[in-house]
Design a protein around this ligand. Structure first.
Ligand SMILES: *[C@@H]1O[C@H](CO)[C@@H](O)[C@H](O)[C@H]1NC(C)=O
Ligand SMILES: *[C@@H]1O[C@H](CO)[C@@H](O)[C@H](O)[C@H]1NC(C)=O
Length: 183
């Protein structure tokens, strides 16, 4: 039985997928992905000498909700939940109180800007809701992390930090494209 054109295309895609699994070097002539799979720690400091977030718009809603408040953040991302740990990146962006029934509904959008020997200058774009724990979507990236997609699970570590500071564990799992043509 002859293959109709509709059947040929899926077959081609399947065979290049199999090639991709067997030999990355072959598949990278077209498209190939690598994975970033890391556990890091985000340090959030609300005031004091190490403050790394500032309110830029105050809420006019009751203080119990803070609905509408907007803050800018330059949170450090560290290899351990310790102020002296190596910094791998900064999470630069905004968080907005977008819930009206409490304080656990901040909408966050930021660029995770890498520094140091690994991914230096590359970015991941992350966005999502920031309660005590949750997930942010990784919806893109630049540089070495171009076309990134994945999820960052995040959770505040209890018993660390202080009234104005906390550490949030980040479990980052994302894929990004390898660019043989661009090095
Ligand atoms: C927000 O309100 C606080 C507390 O009243 C005040 O200290 C701060 O200056 C205000 N910030 C802005 C950007 O309005
Ligand atoms: C990272 O990139 C910046 C800007 O290009 C450069 O100044 C710095 O030396 C680089 N750091 C490392 C560890 O490569």
């Amino acid at each position: 039985m002859e293959s109709s054109p509709q059947n040929v295309l899926p077959l081609l895609l399947i065979s290049s997928f199999i090639l991709a699994m067997v030999s990355p070097s072959l598949s990278c002539a077209t498209y190939c992905e690598a994975k970033i799979d890391e556990t890091w720690y985000l340090r959030q400091v609300g005031s004091g000498p190490n403050q790394n977030q500032v309110i830029v718009v105050n809420s006019t809603a009751p203080a119990t909700t803070s609905f509408g408040m907007i803050a800018v953040n330059n949170w450090a991302v560290l290899v351990a939940p310790d102020p002296n740990a190596v910094v791998v990146a900064h999470a630069r962006g905004l968080h907005v109180q977008a819930g009206q029934a409490g304080t656990a509904s901040w909408y966050t959008t930021f660029s995770l800007v890498f520094e140091g020997p690994r991914f230096n200058g590359s970015t991941l774009h992350a966005t999502g809701i920031t309660g005590f724990e949750g997930q942010w979507v990784v919806g893109g990236g630049t540089g070495e992390l171009a076309s990134a997609h994945g999820v960052i699970k995040h959770k505040i570590l209890t018993g660390l930090g202080s009234a104005v500071e906390n550490y949030r564990q980040l479990d980052i799992q994302a894929f990004y494209s390898l660019h043989p043509a661009n090095g």
